[in-house]
Design a protein around this ligand. Structure first.
Ligand SMILES: [Fe+2]
Length: 468
């Protein structure tokens, strides 16, 4: 029920107005002839509209206006007077009064003014609701744009706090290993101990029904600087595949009203959106984990068979990363670079041990077999969609800039940049490494070797980037 307050020191005027307002069914009309009592009521109860006389002995209607707006930001205040002056009218409107009625007024005019005021208030409140809905659309928009989990949770906490507006909000997620709820992020105004405990995920304060998975709502009245404040603790379960995987906790505070069902519904929608995003994130993470484990197993398989290249792929990656950074590659290309470096010799799996680990120079026939490893590697990994961007590293790392390399004999910039880069780094690390027939050389010798073959074996641009 919403409240209309009528204040006039003439009882009969109060009575007439009350009768006239009978048709405003959704509102309860409270009459006061004593402005002091009226101001006390206004300071301690929910108020939507105030209709007050301007002059009531020592107590002015302007004071009622001040008290009303100090306690109720969106209240509508209409002043009534039999002695209008332009100066007073301007002063009242400047202070935030909604309208001004001159006595004697027709009851139709009074009703029309009040209806207009309530419509205005309704629009303003709907505007606030719309702003809250925009918060939700900001969150869904961020998810659609592929926002990462932690920034998403920070965004949700900010948005939840703005929807209410809240004293604080937090996201708590269930840790699969420990089975405990762990705080992920929070916003908190002030240092109230029970608000802080609730936001941290103290389940005794959350009032969640774990069976029905319904939102937990707990209301209490507290005293803040001598004034009663209504506080609502709202705990929304984040449900994924039928299980509660976390909580979105919000604390709402208002002097006169608890959180309304519309606000809670909006928060629930936000909770459902976030739960779906978390579920997808977990699936992506598991997929990525098993993918990386597979890559690692393949890389280990290569190094286990090739005695001379232990640690080679790792060193190649570190150096290639340095050069790629100099070329300004983005994070996605850098991720492909890592996989490409680790897997570039995967085709050596198909080269017999006797050739792969032969300490002497290879015969022509053995060379032919050895030189099959780029194509073999591309064949092994071909057809796996997420490895497609990695194939140029595998297929083209033995091409030469002058077109004399293998397997395709590509020339210059026809060789993918991935292959040109890896050709330089692969050779550089090979010169630095010990071989059965010679010890490893130092970096200066390796750089000279690159320089000597720049433009023939190697891409000159990459050779330049190799310089310290
Ligand atoms: Fe190779």
């Amino acid at each position: 029920m919403k409240n209309i307050i009528v204040i006039d020191d003439e009882q009969y005027i109060c009575n007439i107005i009350r009768e006239a307002l009978d048709e405003f069914n959704d509102y309860e009309v409270h009459n006061f002839v004593d402005p002091q009592m009226a101001s006390e009521f206004i300071a301690n109860n929910a108020v939507d509209l105030v209709l007050t006389d301007l002059v009531m002995g020592d107590f002015s209607g302007e004071k009622i206006l001040d008290i009303t707006l100090a306690n109720h930001k969106d209240a509508i205040v209409v002043l009534m007077t039999g002695y209008p002056t332009v100066k007073t009218a301007i002063s009242v409107m400047k202070k935030g009064g909604y309208d001004y009625l001159i006595k004697p007024f027709k009851l139709e005019d009074l009703k029309a003014t009040i209806q207009r005021g309530l419509n205005h208030q309704q629009l303003r409140r709907e505007n606030v609701e719309l702003r809250s809905q925009l918060e939700l659309s900001r969150v869904t928009g961020a998810i659609a744009n592929g926002i990462k989990l932690q920034p998403l949770l920070n965004l949700v906490v900010d948005a939840a706090a703005r929807i209410l507006p809240a004293r604080g909000a937090s996201v708590i997620l269930l840790d699969a290993r420990s089975g405990r709820y762990i705080l992920q992020c929070q916003s908190l105004i002030g240092n109230d101990a029970s608000v802080a405990a609730f936001l941290k995920g103290d389940l005794s304060l959350c009032h969640i029904d774990f069976e029905s998975r319904e939102p937990g709502l707990f209301k209490e009245e507290i005293l803040d600087n001598g004034k009663t404040v209504r506080r609502s603790y709202i705990s929304l379960p984040l449900v994924s595949s039928g299980e509660i995987i976390g909580l979105l906790n919000t604390v709402y505070e208002d002097r006169f009203r608890s959180a309304n069902p519309g606000q809670i519904r909006l928060l629930s929608l936000m909770g459902a959106t976030v739960a779906a995003a978390i579920e997808r994130n977990n699936l992506d993470r598991n997929l990525k984990k098993s993918y990386l484990m597979t890559i690692k197993a393949l890389a280990n398989a290569i190094e286990a068979r090739d005695h001379y290249t232990a640690g080679h792929t790792d060193r190649v990656y570190r150096l290639a990363r340095k050069i790629a950074r100099r070329m300004g590659w983005n994070t996605i290309r850098m991720a492909h670079l890592k996989t490409g470096c680790i897997l570039h010799d995967i085709g050596k799996i198909g080269v017999p041990d006797a050739i792969l680990n032969k300490p002497d120079t290879l015969t022509d026939n053995e060379q032919v077999i050895m030189r099959r490893h780029p194509e073999l590697g591309a064949k092994i990994l071909g057809g796996i969609p997420f490895l497609e961007p990695v194939l140029p590293y595998i297929l083209s790392h033995h091409e030469r800039f002058d077109g004399e390399g293998y397997p395709q004999g590509l020339k210059g910039e026809d060789i993918p940049i991935e292959g040109r880069l890896l050709a330089v780094i692969d050779t550089f690390d090979a010169i630095l490494s010990d071989r059965p027939y010679r010890p490893g050389r130092d970096a200066r010798v390796a750089l000279d070797e690159l320089q000597k073959n720049s433009g023939t074996q190697f891409d000159p641009m990459i050779v330049i980037l190799m310089k310290p």
